[in-house]
Design a protein around this ligand. Structure first.
Ligand code: GAL
Length: 373
């Protein structure tokens, strides 16, 4: 082969490789990183509400990633109204969405909407919260919800020295929204750690609001995860059961939005950060609560890096679009009443004051300026 011919071949091969690269990595996202294009990708994302910080991060984060890969994305928020979520999902399906990513407000009311989606051959991914009572949900991506509660229970157990027989301490437990499938897992994880100490008397619940079993969790559930409802409930408990100078020593708050209300109630009852301020748990690492942790009016939060959840769902969508096997790591835990939904569980982590910098700020989850640092 003559020299010129060999040269041409190399150039030619080079050119082909370049053009191939051009068509496969079609897009360059705002961050300059290239993302493999997903062909034929039309995704409807349905988030429960904008009123809680994390769902804005979840929705916007996933939308940006998918659009970076050339997908058509319809992102909707449902103001915690189930009817609104149902009609939004129906509109997304009518609008041609072939993949639905749904963080359900109430996982028990979406079966009809998903049946419609199935008629259009749409693939459904339950996002963070399981969808119940239907076989029309294909995959579930979330954090290990039972572990979230367990971490909160173990934090209280350690901080109070319960394993060493310490006590009695006054505990006030709360649970999440009764329509949220996650809330029972959060509560069960925590209560499996704490109930034995309630039974032994090391933990006392002056309000009497201590469910006898995990299944009774909704008796202390706060509808819609609403801060103002949690505040009102804590006001009521403090005025009704702590009039005799008794002090609250620990509050099991399943997430940060409830913790905000509980902390406001304690503040108006005269509790201030310092030695006899109660232990308060949380979840989500919301900015306001990270500030409270730095100020000593909240003890911890269970951090769930929602960017990793978005990335996992993105990977699922890539596989679905390519018709390849969708990676899951749990095919046992999440029985929705019609089927055990193949799931991918991510690991939650505890964040306390001394971990804010390394876990939340250095990782870019929040900025130092967001929390006054
Ligand atoms: C749960 C979610 C938590 C918290 C809560 C309130 O389902 O897993 O992270 O955000 O809802 O939105």
């Amino acid at each position: 082969m003559t020299k010129t011919k060999r040269l041409f071949t190399i150039v030619a091969t080079g050119a082909v490789a370049l053009s191939l690269a051009a068509c496969s990595t079609a897009t360059t996202s705002g961050t300059g990183s290239t993302t493999a294009a997903i062909a034929d990708c039309n995704v409807g994302i349905s988030m429960p509400t904008r009123s809680l910080e994390r769902w804005i991060n979840d929705g916007e984060g996933l939308k940006t990633k998918l659009e970076g890969a050339g997908c058509t994305v319809d992102l909707q928020y449902a103001d915690n109204k189930t009817d609104q979520q149902i009609s939004q999902i129906q509109n997304q399906v009518a609008g041609g969405a072939k993949i639905l990513v749904v963080a359900a407000i109430d996982g028990k009311v979406l079966a009809p909407a998903l049946a419609d989606a199935k008629k259009q051959d749409a693939t459904v991914i339950a996002y963070d919260r399981l969808i119940n009572g239907t076989a029309d949900v294909d995959y579930y991506a979330t954090f290990d919800n039972y572990k979230v509660g367990q971490l909160q229970g173990q934090f209280i157990e350690k901080e109070l020295g319960l394993k060493d027989g310490k006590g009695p301490f006054n505990l006030e437990p709360f649970a999440g929204s009764p329509d949220d499938n996650n809330a029972k897992f959060f509560f069960s994880g925590a209560w499996d750690v704490l109930l034995p100490y309630v039974t032994s008397g090391q933990l006392v619940v002056p309000s009497g609001k201590a469910p006898k079993t995990n299944d009774a969790w909704t008796t202390i559930g706060i509808q819609g995860w609403a801060s103002d409802k949690a505040q009102a409930e804590m006001d009521n408990r403090l005025s009704s059961f702590y009039g005799n100078g008794a002090k609250v020593n620990v509050v099991l708050s399943p997430n940060d939005s409830l913790a905000v209300g509980i902390e406001a109630s304690l503040k108006s009852a005269g509790y201030t950060a310092g030695t006899d301020y109660p232990i308060i748990t949380g979840q989500d690492a919301d900015k306001a609560n990270v500030k409270a942790i730095l100020a000593g009016t909240q003890s911890m939060t269970v951090w769930k890096d929602t960017r990793t959840l978005g990335a996992q769902v993105f990977t699922m969508i890539q596989s679905i679009a390519a018709g390849t096997t969708v990676e899951v790591n749990d095919t046992k835990t999440y029985d929705n009443g019609k089927k055990v939904v193949p799931s991918y569980l991510l690991a939650p982590e505890v964040v306390t004051k001394d971990l804010v910098q390394t876990k939340l700020i250095d990782s870019g989850f929040i900025k130092a300026s967001d929390v006054g640092l």
